[in-house]
Design a protein. Structure first.
Length: 290
């Protein structure tokens, strides 16, 4: 898969199936004769941006490689109620086993992609891009960040290992901005990989300390009001990448972008998103074109 490793998907599906099935899907085992085959389709019931198709295909194939899947709409496409996104044929037990996991993944990812795309569209005409955060569902971060990417957003650091992000608590515990930056720059010299440093500042005084010190690639301007944010961007004057966070909503994202920051980060992309309504139906109920 493009952004998600196959081994990660495999482990995720194994865990999810163990959680759901336990010692057996007793409903299907008791009502559907063993060996029964059939067809089903996935139906879009709400407008949005589709995400999770590639993950769904991986889930179906892992549960039963004999299933025949016909994807009709690709990730990133805009969908509307009544659209059929894929068809699946094969063992009824396998289809029903995969149903809830596939729907949970696709509904969640499509919801995230939809709201992300909404923000991306609102920023059109500005240079600002929208970032996700680490405010994700434990164990599902790889899916949620992939959904942000599909929706047109940009992935921030994936975890604690791929960027040094010095937050306010780090600064306070380290004894101030200079000490924190000195220590971080010495530390990254010992690493066998290249890693960027970003630091959060809470006011213009701290921003000036960072500008004077240097040794960072990105500055996080946290909870700045719009007037102060504009002043902060002027002070930086393109010498560092700028990111604004805190208090940014779908309604005011454009106002923050007009301040000239390179990025805005929004935890709401992943921590409080409504899933897109999608369902799986047996082929017997499939609408017939007239």
């Amino acid at each position: 898969m493009d952004q998600i490793g196959k081994s990660v998907i495999y482990q995720f599906v194994e865990m999810a199936i163990r959680e759901d099935v336990g010692d057996g899907d007793h409903t299907s085992l008791s009502t559907i004769p063993k060996g029964s085959t059939g067809k089903a389709y996935m139906l879009i019931k709400e407008a949005g941006i589709l995400a999770g198709v590639k993950v769904a295909l991986a889930v179906f194939h892992q549960i039963d490689p004999a299933l025949k899947i016909n994807p009709l709409i690709a990730d990133g496409n805009r969908v509307k109620p009544g659209d059929i996104l894929l068809e699946v044929e094969g063992s009824v037990h396998s289809i029903l086993l995969a149903e809830r996991l596939v729907l949970n993944v696709m509904q969640r990812m499509s919801g995230i992609a939809t709201v992300t795309n909404r923000v991306v569209q609102s920023l059109a005409g500005t240079k600002t891009k929208v970032l996700d955060t680490r405010k994700t569902t434990p164990g599902l971060r790889f899916l949620e960040k992939e959904a942000v990417r599909i929706g047109g957003g940009v992935n921030h650091r994936f975890g604690l290992y791929d960027m040094i992000l010095i937050k306010d608590n780090h600064v306070d515990f380290a004894g101030g901005i200079k000490k924190a930056l000195d220590a971080a720059n010495e530390y990254r010299k010992t690493l066998p990989k290249k890693i960027d440093i970003e630091i959060e500042v809470r006011n213009l005084q701290e921003l000036n300390q960072v500008i004077d010190h240097g040794g960072v690639e990105r500055i996080l301007l946290d909870n700045f009001d719009l007037d102060i944010l504009k002043e902060a961007v002027k002070l930086v004057d393109g010498r560092f990448i700028t990111e604004a966070s805190g208090g940014i909503t779908f309604e005011n994202a454009y106002d923050y972008a007009l301040c000239g920051v390179d990025y805005i980060s929004m935890g709401a992309l992943t921590h409080s998103v409504k899933s897109l309504d999608i369902s799986l139906k047996s082929d017997a109920n499939k609408p017939v074109d007239k």
